[in-house]
Design a protein around this ligand. Structure first.
Ligand code: FAD
Length: 472
């Protein structure tokens, strides 16, 4: 169902303003007020749709999995994504590498489907591997269409409204203007916890209230003349016997870049072989950027793109095996490691990792370790990855960490679930984001279809449903 048409009053405003104006330029107040650097935004009527059981906000690894799973579980699902493709950091961020992916359900399905399409780099590991980002974009779209997910690009979730504790309505902004959408259950998969904060949930960020947060990185897809000739620098999915270690490869890339007269902002620069002449690059860090500050993110992106070009141009000028190396594309989206962690009914803590905690409502077991990148350029000179504060054992993420504490009808999945700085550095990788998306999707569908809140659904019920759906 399309949202209801704009009101006659808005139509008249639009018509008077010159006809072909988008709804978003319609102004509803006659005398807008400005005082002390603040603009009092006028209220207005906007179209409202009430045709979904579950609304998923953000289509990264967690969101796209949540949406597909909820739809397969029988829910009518809407999925909103700000960018022009599905996959989040996987695709718009040119991430390059799946981690902690040796999991059942949708993770296995994705691995198998990428294999069928020859889109997973030849790898001895089912847990860590490279993929073709373009093939992944297409696959995710096909799976969403097949599952009946109604997804909409270039649409930003910008506000949320509650009735008491119950989240009932969100507002999106896009070329179609501002639109409102109602549903009994919502899932925040924006990575940055945008929906949770809009709905009034408590949250944590970075190491403390005002960051410091992990650095951002602008990744890129590169073309090389002969990947084999660069084997002492590039990580391959299937290493050859006696080949130098991944750490040695990173050191060699760093030394090569330093040899061009530039010290890389990420002192463990990494190149992964995708296929043929294609290579992913993660070679940049942007420090001290607040993930809620668009001006800072813009400046960081411009700086990072400049540095990536400088480093690749420098390597090419070295000649030899580097001859012909060039950037195919830098990511459209700078990679944000750290965002808001929305307060849930359970908070995953560093101590959970130390103890290897187990839960009855475990949605997944995390095996990826603590991974805090240097928090400043000074740190980067000493260690690109910060020393680990504890020895980690594989640990469980309980369903409760995916259910908002302060608001009913709201779940989270992916990097914005409830956890502390250290645990987040471990569970944030995409294998866990997928497992969490799957858990949130099925639980949200059961809750909506049975007119319960997500916290009233037992994990055993969700697990049984996943089994019945063949996702376990
Ligand atoms: C540089 C970098 C390197 C990494 N390396 C690895 C690695 O090698 N392997 C690995 O597995 N993981 C890695 N990670 C971690 C992993 O990529 C993320 O933690 C993971 O993508 C989290 O998934 P997500 O779905 O929660 O968030 P995201 O991938 O961030 O997706 C969030 C989505 O929501 C959308 N969105 C945000 N706000 C709104 C809004 N208001 N309205 C509508 N849409 C919105 C975004 O556009 C995006 O598509 C890395 C991360 C970074 C940044």
């Amino acid at each position: 169902m399309k949202p209801a048409p704009v009101s006659r009053r808005h139509f008249l405003h639009a018509a008077l303003a010159g006809g072909a104006v988008s709804q978003s330029s319609v102004i509803a107040a006659d005398t807008p007020t400005v005082k002390a650097g603040q603009f009092a935004e006028p209220g207005r009527d906007i179209p409202l749709a009430n045709d979904a059981d579950v609304i998923v906000c953000g289509a990264g690894p967690a969101g796209v999995t949540a949406a597909i799973t909820a739809a397969r579980a029988g829910a009518r699902v809407r999925l909103f994504e700000w960018r022009g493709c599905l996959g989040g950091v996987w695709t718009a961020g040119l991430l390059g590498y799946f981690l902690d992916f040796n999991k059942p359900g949708f993770a296995k399905e994705l691995r198998d489907k990428l294999d069928e399409r020859g889109a997973r780099a030849n790898s001895t590991s089912t847990s860590r591997f490279c993929y073709d980002p373009e093939a992944l974009k297409l696959l995710l779209e096909e799976l969403c269409v097949e599952a009946g997910v109604k997804f909409q690009y270039h649409t930003r979730v910008s506000a949320a409204f509650r009735e008491g504790r119950q989240l009932t309505t969100i507002v999106t902004e896009s070329k179609s203007g501002r639109e409102a959408w109602r549903a009994p259950v919502f899932i925040d998969t924006t990575g940055d916890g945008d929906l949770g904060v809009q709905a009034g949930c408590g949250f944590e960020i970075g190491e403390a209230a005002n960051c410091p947060c992990q650095p951002m990185s602008l990744n890129a897809l590169l073309m090389v003349k002969d990947a084999e000739a660069l084997r002492e620098f590039i990580r391959f999915g299937t290493p050859k016997p006696g080949e130098n270690t991944d750490g040695e490869k990173k050191d060699r890339i760093k030394d090569a870049i330093v040899g061009t007269g530039h010290y890389p902002s990420y002192a463990s620069p990494t190149l992964w072989h995708v296929s043929g002449n294609l290579v992913f690059a993660m070679m940049n860090h942007e420090y001290g950027i607040k993930p809620w500050d668009a001006a800072e993110i813009t400046a960081a992106t411009v700086r990072a793109r400049g540095e990536m070009n400088k480093m690749v141009n420098g390597l090419r000028a070295l000649g030899g095996p580097w001859e012909g190396i060039q950037i195919v594309a830098t990511a459209e989206q700078i990679g944000v490691r750290d965002g808001r962690r929305i307060k849930g009914r359970y908070t995953v803590l560093q101590d959970d990792l130390a103890q290897g905690v187990r839960h009855e409502d475990a949605v997944t077991r995390v095996t990826f370790g603590i991974d805090v990148h240097a928090l400043s350029a000074d740190h980067n000179k000493k260690h690109a990855i910060m020393p680990k504060p504890i020895k980690m054992k594989p640990y469980d993420i309980p369903l409760r960490a995916l259910i908002a504490q302060d608001v009913d009808g709201l779940m989270m999945a992916g990097r914005c679930i409830s956890g502390d700085f250290i645990s987040h550095s471990s569970y944030r990788v995409t294998g866990n984001a997928v497992a969490m998306g799957e858990a949130a999707g099925v639980t949200a569908a059961i809750a909506a279809l049975s007119k319960r809140a997500p916290h009233e659904v037992a994990w055993s019920e969700s697990e049984a449903k996943l089994k019945a759906m063949g996702q376990r």
